[in-house]
Design a protein around this ligand. Structure first.
Ligand SMILES: [Mg+2]
Length: 164
């Protein structure tokens, strides 16, 4: 039981995922959690960096899927904007939603990595099916608040420079 709670990899965030490494161990698809993995819980904004991350992985030949325990009204727009299929109300760590994502991607469990910020849902669920599990540090609201504020300041500064 205990080893089911241990991820194969621990990273600070999704941007640290090494696509070439995943390819080298036979991974062809990535199932990702939404809340606090892709975006903060209360924020559904698709920041350019996030959109780029998906495009890059798609360009490298990965299939992508969002599996979330949250509701579709909170995530549908995000999935649509990213053009990624999604399963809502997934009830992770139950295996049903993961199995559906894997079969939709037409892959085998050993060809799929799961990325998430929670051990008891994302890691446990993934390990139960023999997926490659990647635990990321949850995106904190506070951190994001500062990121946004910095961006706003950047815009103000850049805007001023442009008008000078
Ligand atoms: Mg999460």
């Amino acid at each position: 039981m205990r080893e089911l709670l241990v991820p194969n990899q621990r990273l600070n965030n999704i941007f640290e995922i090494d696509a070439d490494y995943l390819k080298s161990i036979g991974i062809k698809g990535i199932v990702t959690d939404m809340d606090n993995t892709l975006v903060p819980w209360s924020d559904r904004t698709v920041y350019p960096k996030l959109a780029e991350w998906f495009v890059n992985l798609k360009n490298k030949g990965f299939k992508l899927y969002i599996v979330s325990n949250n509701s579709c009204d909170r995530g549908a727009m995000l999935a649509q904007e990213l053009d990624i299929p999604a399963i809502w109300y997934a009830v992770k760590p139950r295996r049903k939603a993961f199995r559906k994502a894997i079969s939709d991607m037409q892959l085998l469990p050993e060809e799929v990595a799961v990325v998430g910020d929670q051990i008891l849902t994302d890691v446990l669920g993934g390990n139960r099916l023999g997926l490659h599990t990647i635990l990321v540090t949850p995106i904190s609201e506070k951190e994001f608040f500062w990121t946004k504020l910095t961006r706003q300041l950047e815009r103000i500064v850049v805007g001023k420079q442009n008008s000078e």
